[in-house]
Design a protein. Sequence first.
Length: 131
Amino acid sequence: EAYETLLLKNKLKAFSYPVDDVRVTLQLISVKREIRQEERPVEQIQIHAVAEFQNRVSFPNRDFLLEHAEQELERRLSELLRRQQVKGVELTDSFLMLPGYNRALWEQYRGNREEYEKQLDYEIEVNLSVK
């Protein structure tokens, strides 16, 4: 979970994770974040990276493997954020970024960080290309 947290904060140069029996290694990682107000505050996290696959015997189709790897990472990160949010932990520290990302949201939640973190929803999008 520590590496996933660092990935969400754009603090890693490389990251590996399993997809079934395939090892996926990400490099040239770029994370873009945006915070907007819908019915609730939403933090959109877009991860772009170059993927390298090892042991891809069970996935002869590269495009299928690429899509599966994107979906698996989106699932893992979303579950991590939800688990931590239930514990009262906001892993991405988006509240601290509000003044620069969305001034109106900052004004709305300025004195109530706990309410902001409780209301916050996440959207994770992973876009991988192949090395």
